[in-house]
Design a binder for this molecule. Structure first.
Ligand SMILES: [Zn+2]
Ligand SMILES: [Zn+2]
Length: 416
C-alpha cells in the first residue's frame, strides 16, 4: 500500500492497538532459593527455546542483594551426573563473569543480581525479564504460595494469621499496597492449591482479592489430578468460579500455566512444561501485566491457539494444528438451576482440611465436546460461565502426570 494512503487509513480507522501473542513462564526457581542452577543459565534455557518473557520467582526474595553461595552447596543440589554446575556456568558465560572468593576455607560464588544480568538477555520486542517473587507463606504449616509478577520490591510473607484465607488475604494486601504506592500493575497467581493438599476450592472462591490460579503447574508433586477424596485442578477451578459468580458476586479466577521448575540438569522438576500465551500490545512488563489482568491470555502445556474470541454470542477457537495430531475441545461450565447440594467427606490424617466438601457433577459440567482445529460454539445463555479445555492426541514430551497429553485452557467466558 502507498505510504500516504496507509497513514490516511490509520487516522480514519478507530483506535485499536495492534496486539501480538507472547509466550512466557511466570514460575521459575534458581539458586536464589531452592532451584539448582544459576539465574543466567535458567534464563538462557528459556530464551534459546523461543520464550518471549520469563519471570524468575524465587521464594521470598528478589535478585537484588549481595548473596554468596558455597560452591559445594551449589554442586550438592545437582542430582544428575555429568559436568558440574560451575563448569557449565563458566563454559557459557566465561571465567570473567563468574565471581568467586575464598572464605573460611571454602570457595564461594556470588549470585549475580538481576540488574547485572538483565542487560545480557533483554532485547526490545524479543525477550524480556519480568521481576517476580514466590511469596511463600503458610498457615499452621499448610503452604500458601503466590507469585507476585512485576513486583518491584521484595516482600516478606505474613504467616499464620487467623486462617488459611486470612493469610492469603494479608499477603495479597501487601502486593496491592505496593502496586498502589508505586503506581505499577502487579498481578499475583495463587500456586498449586493441591501441593500438600493445602488449599481447597472453597478457599480459592472466598478470597476474591485473588484473580488468578495455576490451572497447570509442571511440578510433578502438585497432585494435579486430585484423588478419590480431593478435587483435581479442573474441578477446583469450576467450583471456585461457580461459587464466586453465584455466592460471592465476584469475578471468576483466570487460569495460568507455569513450570515451577527447580531442576536444570535433567532431573524431575524440569522446565518447559507449562506456560501462558499473552495477547498484548507490546513486550513490556506493564503491558503484559495489564493484558493478564484483562484475561487476555490462555494457559498451555503444549497446544497453541492462533485465536480465541467470544464475540457476537459465539465462541471461536482456532487451534494451530500439527500434522497427524487430533484435538478434542471440551466446553465446561455451570448452568443456571444447577444442583448446588454438597456432601462432606472425612479426609486422611494429616490433611489440613479434616472435612472437605464435595460438589455435584453439575458444577463444571461438560456442555459440549468438539473435535478439529476450528471450534465454533454458541452458548445457550443459561451458563453462569463456560470455558474450554483443549486436549491434543499428542503425548506431552516431558510429562509431569501419567499419560499426560498436551493441552490448552481458555479463560472463563460468558460471565461479564
Ligand atoms: Zn510453591
Ligand atoms: Zn515454586
Amino acid at each position: 500500500m502507498h505510504r500516504l494512503l496507509a497513514l490516511l487509513f490509520l487516522t480514519v480507522l478507530p483506535a485499536s492497538a495492534e496486539t501480538k501473542w507472547f509466550k512466557g513462564n511466570t514460575h521459575t526457581h534458581t539458586l536464589w532459593s531452592d532451584g539448582n542452577d544459576f539465574a543466567e543459565m535458567v534464563i538462557d534455557w528459556y530464551k534459546q527455546r523461543g520464550y518471549d518473557f520469563l519471570a524468575l520467582s524465587d521464594h521470598n526474595i528478589l535478585q537484588a542483594k549481595e548473596v554468596w553461595m558455597d560452591v559445594k552447596a551449589v554442586e550438592k543440589r545437582r542430582k544428575a551426573l555429568g559436568k558440574t554446575t560451575m563448569e557449565k556456568y563458566r563454559a557459557l558465560f566465561g571465567d570473567a563473569w563468574v565471581i568467586t572468593r575464598e572464605k573460611d576455607g571454602s570457595t564461594e560464588v556470588r549470585l549475580r543480581e538481576m540488574r547485572e544480568y538483565a542487560p545480557k538477555f533483554d532485547e526490545p520486542g524479543k525477550f524480556l525479564l519480568v521481576k517476580a517473587e514466590e511469596i511463600s507463606a503458610s498457615f499452621n504449616k499448610a503452604p500458601i504460595h503466590m507469585n507476585a509478577v512485576n513486583l518491584q520490591e521484595e516482600i516478606q510473607p505474613l504467616k499464620d494469621l487467623t486462617s488459611i484465607q486470612e493469610t492469603m488475604r494479608a499477603n495479597l494486601k501487601l502486593v496491592a499496597e505496593q502496586s498502589k504506592r508505586l503506581g505499577v500493575p502487579i498481578f499475583t497467581h495463587i500456586n498449586h492449591p493441591n501441593f500438600r493438599w493445602a488449599l481447597t476450592a472453597d478457599d480459592l472462591a472466598a478470597v476474591t482479592e485473588e484473580n488468578f490460579f495455576e490451572i497447570y503447574n509442571g511440578h510433578p508433586m502438585i497432585e494435579w489430578e486430585g484423588d478419590e477424596l480431593r478435587d483435581g485442578h479442573e474441578k477446583i477451578w469450576d467450583i471456585a468460579n461457580t461459587l464466586r459468580l453465584t455466592q460471592f458476586k465476584a469475578a471468576p479466577l483466570f487460569g495460568v500455566g507455569t513450570d515451577d521448575s527447580h531442576h536444570y540438569h535433567g532431573e524431575e522438576s524440569s522446565p518447559g512444561r507449562g506456560w501462558v500465551m499473552v495477547r498484548a500490545e507490546k513486550l513490556e512488563a506493564n503491558a503484559l501485566t495489564e493484558a493478564m489482568k484483562r484475561g487476555d491470555f490462555y494457559a498451555s502445556s503444549g497446544v497453541t491457539l492462533d485465536d480465541v474470541s467470544f464475540t457476537g454470542g459465539k465462541l471461536r477457537i482456532q487451534i494451530r494444528a500439527e500434522p497427524g495430531v487430533t484435538y478434542t475441545t471440551v466446553i465446561r461450565g455451570t448452568l443456571k438451576g444447577f444442583d448446588a447440594t454438597t456432601t462432606e467427606v472425612t479426609t486422611p490424617k494429616g490433611d489440613f482440611h479434616p472435612v472437605r466438601k464435595r460438589y455435584s457433577d453439575d458444577i463444571g459440567k461438560t456442555l459440549a465436546t468438539l473435535t478439529g482445529p476450528v471450534i465454533e460454539w454458541t452458548p445457550s445463555g443459561n451458563e453462569f460461565y463456560f470455558r474450554a479445555s483443549i486436549t491434543s492426541s499428542k503425548p506431552h514430551p516431558n510429562p509431569s502426570i501419567k499419560d499426560q497429553k498436551e493441552m490448552a485452557w481458555t479463560q472463563p467466558m460468558g460471565w461479564r
